[in-house]
Design a protein. Structure first.
Length: 639
């Protein structure tokens, strides 16, 4: 008795100390990512709101690369503007040059020689490979893999050697011209390019071994940042982001610009819509680009590399000015043709998506309007929605997969939708668990009645299926009795601790596609830790009753629960919740992957709760349920 008195006094002193201890507030944390962040490369700032490691909100701050390119275009002739456009995207300069010359060619109905079109296609595909390579290296480095970052520069330098031999520049080539290209391919260039194609295919195979089949890489990208088909279309995505969501859309096939319709190649696409799918699309696109380059090199025709007719003037000669237009002096333009008075939108399939320009000519050498449609600007719009409820470390995975170099400001979703998103799954989970318990209790009563050769529940509902609900309703309206000399706080909190811990353990279980309340990387350990709190609730209930029989019953129940927690833990330690979530669906449940573990888990959970058939021994249920003797109303049902 002295021992129990000492324990009670010590418990009261401890509780009084806990009451005056300062409480810890859990506030949301706001973190700045960029523009100085190494992963941002100086062009983007993200204001991220975090709840621990979970992203609650994300606001992109843009404009760090704004250079007024549209206004410059409207005050320069097309020839003068060509050197500027290579700064739009310095990783894929050939595409910005191509779209800049395609517009005036369409407005002026200028025919491009066949050889020039083949050369353009070769340069565009080499630039696509170089852009994808320089996406792949930093992407792998940002998610923790440093080795591929050095591998990609090996092939990229070979491409830049080819660019330098043909254009004189490794970057900012200024190679495309209205009506063709600036210069023909030098002697021996085609053979060097064919050698590069053969070498690069072996490099892609090396990437497959080093990256694609790496389980750590797959863990970082598989199932991360999923965009379904409808979302991709509604957000106006393009390029690899669109094709990775199940849409076979490539402007090289759709618009058939240049000479792409003369080559045999396929659109690369995936249907999963996650970061892994976008990675696979880009890797496959590099292989397809090699096929296009090889076909173009082998079938390149002879002839001129530029349409020289566009250099000639059709204006009336003025002997006073010696055929020079004085109205161009203020802007110092190069002599060129006038843009016809019409509107036009042209586009190409750039490495990051659809790159386009909207032009309005007014019978002048200067465009009246020049509007750029950058692919990264559009693809970024989905970022705030995509990273919500993801981990902080997953932001760079999603952002680098988008390969963005042009940005826009976005608005977040309304706060009310966030509240609905939180409350909806919680209510659904609680309702599902409650209904599941009622059904299990009904089955248990039916089985027990069959074993004892008696009639089971049959009055409440068809086949008595609502009997458990009727019992719960009865407990809800009964009078609540509290022990007069007991610890009412522990007596009231104990059942809630036991129930809430069980409900929380369900929050990390992925039941199906996107039906998971909290997708945590430590999910299985959280399940073990939270579910282990249930015995604490049993001890609190027994101790708070101020009844030695209740207290002994609580000790006996807690000991039995803990003894069965060990096999329960061993059964689930091998479960990967992320792997289950990646399978998305009923057939991805661990039941089919580890059936023996499931059977042991089921037996242990039934034995821990003293359900059938483990309550058959005489007085066993009374021994482990002694802590319930002082309870009435719903608290009894919770226990």
């Amino acid at each position: 008795m002295n021992f129990f008195l000492f324990s009670a006094m010590h418990g009261r002193m401890t509780r009084e100390k806990l009451m005056i201890a300062p409480t810890t507030r859990k506030d949301l944390m706001i973190v700045n990512m960029g523009p100085q962040h190494p992963s941002m490369h100086g062009v983007l700032r993200l204001i991220v709101t975090l709840d621990g490691e979970d992203v609650i909100d994300c606001e992109p701050i843009l404009g760090y690369l704004h250079r007024g390119m549209e206004k410059i275009a409207e005050n320069r002739t097309t020839i003068q503007y060509l050197p500027y456009v290579t700064r739009w995207d310095y990783l894929a300069t050939m595409f910005t040059e191509a779209i800049t010359v395609n517009g005036p060619e369409r407005l002026g109905n200028i025919q491009v020689p066949k050889r020039a079109s083949y050369i353009r296609a070769i340069m565009l595909e080499l630039s696509r490979i170089a852009s994808h390579l320089l996406w792949l290296g930093p992407f792998m480095a940002d998610i923790g893999a440093q080795t591929p970052f050095f591998y990609i520069f090996r092939e990229r330098e070979l491409i830049y050697d080819l660019f330098e031999a043909a254009t004189g520049m490794r970057m900012m080539h200024n190679y495309f011209r209205i009506g063709g290209v600036a210069a023909d391919l030098p002697h021996g260039w085609i053979d060097k390019c064919l050698d590069f194609c053969d070498y690069f295919l072996s490099g892609v195979a090396e990437y497959q071994k080093l990256i694609t089949r790496n389980p750590i890489f797959l863990e970082r990208v598989e199932g991360i940042g999923i965009i379904d088909t409808e979302e991709a279309l509604n957000w106006g995505l393009s390029g690899p982001m669109l094709r990775a969501s199940g849409i076979q859309w490539d402007l090289r096939k759709v618009d058939r610009y240049e000479c792409y319709d003369e080559f045999d190649w396929e659109i690369q696409w995936q249907k999963e819509g996650d970061s892994l799918a976008r990675y696979l699309v880009r890797i496959s696109e590099m292989t397809e680009s090699i096929k296009i380059i090889q076909q173009a090199l082998e079938g390149i025709p002879g002839g001129p590399y530029e349409n020289l007719e566009i250099r000639r003037f059709n204006r009336r000669k003025d002997p006073e000015w010696n055929d020079f237009e004085y109205r161009f002096i203020s802007k110092k333009p190069s002599p060129t043709f006038e843009l016809s008075k019409q509107e036009l939108y042209v586009r190409v399939e750039a490495p990051k998506g659809e790159l386009g320009i909207f032009m309005i000519g007014d019978q002048s050498v200067f465009p009246w309007r020049w509007k750029i449609r950058p692919p990264g600007f559009i693809n970024l719009q989905i970022l705030p929605q995509l990273v919500k409820r993801m981990k902080l470390a997953d932001i760079m995975t999603i952002l680098e997969i988008q390969a963005i170099h042009s940005f826009s400001r976005l608005e977040s979703l309304k706060e009310v939708y966030g509240i609905i998103w939180i409350l909806g799954p919680i209510l659904t989970l609680v309702l599902g668990i409650t209904l599941g318990v009622l059904v299990i209790v009904w089955l248990e009563r039916e089985i027990s009645a069959g074993i004892q050769q008696r009639i089971g529940p049959e009055y409440a509902g068809p086949l008595g299926i609502l009997q458990a609900l009727a019992d719960g309703t009865k407990l809800l309206f009964k009078e609540n009795l509290l022990p007069s000399r007991g610890d009412t706080r522990l007596f009231s909190i104990g059942p809630s601790v036991a129930v809430i811990s069980i409900l929380l353990s369900y929050s990390v279980i992925p039941f199906s596609y996107r039906f998971i309340l909290a997708d945590l990387s430590i999910g299985i350990f959280l399940w073990i830790a939270v579910s282990s709190l249930a015995p604490v609730g049993l001890l609190m209930s027994g101790y708070g009753s101020n009844n030695k029989y209740s207290f002994l019953g609580g000790l006996r129940a807690a000991a039995q629960s803990i003894s069965y927690e060990i096999p329960l833990t061993l059964c689930v330690l091998s479960i990967s919740l992320r792997a289950i979530r990646a399978k998305y669906g009923f057939w991805g449940w661990n039941l089919w992957r580890q059936p023996i573990g499931f059977i042991v888990f089921l037996i242990s959970s039934l034995a821990e709760c003293e359900r059938l058939p483990f309550d058959l021994p005489e007085a066993e249920e009374e021994l482990v349920a002694g802590y319930q003797t002082e309870y009435s109303v719903l608290y009894f049902g919770e226990q």
